[in-house]
Design a protein. Structure first.
Length: 471
């Protein structure tokens, strides 16, 4: 029999139905609170409807095409009946986008049904704070005032736009509009080499577009592990992605049959389409936050502490609107932490060094814990081992040439404090290392755990063995 903490049944209003909002609503309802969630665009938020779910579905198709394109090295041949004709693989972008949008809507419906089944009241509309205990919602039927004992803000963010590169939804696009395309871009220019830009560049290259990636920094993925970024750049070069480093896009304009991007040095890059990936802006303007004492940063993000509290009494915030770390998993954790704190359940403050994250390029790049830069700078005292997947038997069998496992252990004690995995399904492979970081496991604990042979996880245990500390 499940037991719950002893608390009253407060009224909780959640503004925003993305991961930070709907995960919090499910937990709050299960703990006996009266929960109302307000969402204007569809449950799941941008993560489900316009960002994570659609982009990773697109990437899944691109990954399959990349694997098929390289299948000849595994002995796979394609024959065409009736003549000496070379088969051509082609991406049906309309079908791909129809499928991913259908999948996104289905996921949103599943979330809606789960909330309704849990007893959460769902209000469709746009909300704003009237005071610290009242949320005013503009719905299709008029205005409704929702009274709350506690409020959780999970209002998300939207794509940042450049004044000189306004998206038109046809040739100049942001990451929410690109799924409206029905034909594959012949020459796609991606502005921005952060996570979103790198993922789309990798995906459209896999689908068959000619891709140019414009980076204002020295390399792709400037905020990520340097070795991982180097592997990705090598793969991009091999697969034909053109990377323009230290190049800033000043303007993006329509031409007669495409787009023209003018760079800071005056040179021009032409293509059929341009995808602008230059960050996001929190949806915090005009919803009454500052009037009720919720402080914002200069970038417009809501300031929160480790248990998701804002600077206003009984008002919490979670997700991209807080600017902590723009990951659906972090948003969901922030929301769950907020509810635990509100309802007096057991709560552990958010610990960012325990967050496992993944970049869904091909190959994938997954990280957790301390970074190598933090070790080399002296912030942490650690030992490092990097083991290429080229020596892994399973990788050889599957023709995976790119990637590595890198583990960081605390100097002297041998505790696992961080890791990087680059390779196929790195998003799955990072999990045992995330457990090791969270549970403060010794490298010998990882090394002495059985792995399947052959498997990519074998490289994780092998790397751990090489970090063994003789006591």
């Amino acid at each position: 029999m499940t037991t719950h903490p002893d608390f009253s049944s407060p009224r909780i209003v959640i503004l925003g139905g993305g991961p930070g909002g709907y995960e919090a609503a499910l937990v709050a309802s299960s703990l006996g609170a009266q929960v109302t969630i307000v969402e204007r665009a569809g449950l799941g938020g941008s993560a489900v409807l316009t960002d994570v779910v659609p982009s990773k579905t697109l990437i899944a198709t691109a990954d399959l095409m990349t694997r098929v394109a390289e299948a000849g090295e595994l002995g796979v041949k394609f024959d065409v009946d009736g003549g000496d004709v070379t088969p051509i693989m082609r991406a049906d972008l309309k079908h791909i986008n129809d499928r991913l949008l259908t999948l996104a809507r289905s996921q949103s419906t599943d979330i809606h049904d789960a909330l309704a089944l849990s007893g959460v009241r769902i209000v469709e509309g746009s909300g704003r704070l009237v005071d610290g205990h009242t949320v005013e919602v503009l719905t299709a039927d008029g205005t409704e005032a929702l009274e709350a004992d506690e409020i959780l803000l999970a209002v998300g963010a939207h794509p940042r736009e450049l004044p000189t590169a306004r998206p038109d939804g046809e040739r100049i696009l942001n990451w929410a509009q690109i799924y409206n395309l029905e034909e594959l871009p012949t020459d796609l220019i991606v502005v921005g080499s952060g996570v979103t830009g790198a993922e789309f560049a990798s995906a459209y290259n896999g689908l068959g577009s000619k891709v140019t990636l414009i980076s204002s920094r020295d390399r792709v993925l400037p905020g990520s592990d340097a070795d991982a970024a180097e592997v990705l750049e090598e793969v991009f070069e091999r697969r034909g992605v053109r990377v323009l480093s230290r190049a800033r896009a000043e303007t993006v304009e329509r031409s007669d049959d495409g787009v023209v991007v003018t760079l800071g040095d005056g040179s021009k890059v032409t293509g059929s389409h341009c995808l602008v990936c230059v960050g996001s802006i929190p949806n915090t303007a005009g919803i009454g936050l500052e009037e009720v004492g919720v402080q914002l940063s200069e970038s417009g993000h809501i300031k929160v502490d480790g248990v998701s509290r804002t600077t206003a009494p009984n008002i919490y915030a979670a997700g991209d609107c807080t600017g902590i770390l723009a990951l659906a998993s972090v948003a969901a954790m922030q929301g769950r932490i907020a509810i635990a704190h509100i309802l007096g359940d057991g709560v552990t403050p958010l610990k960012l060094h325990q967050v496992a994250s993944n970049i869904f390029t091909s190959p994938e790049i997954a990280t957790v814990g301390v970074t190598e830069e933090e070790i080399t700078s002296g912030k942490y005292q650690g030992d490092t081992i990097k083991l290429s997947l080229r020596s892994n038997a399973r990788a050889k069998m599957r023709n995976h040439r790119d990637g590595f496992v890198k583990i960081f252990s605390r100097k002297g004690s041998g505790t696992v404090i961080g890791a990087v995995v680059v390779g196929p399904n790195a998003s799955e492979l990072i999990f045992p290392l995330a457990i090791a970081v969270k549970q403060k496991l010794h490298v010998d604990d990882v090394a002495s755990t059985f792995t399947v042979y052959p498997s990519l996880t074998g490289s994780i245990s092998e790397a751990a063995r090489r970090l063994h500390v003789h006591m």
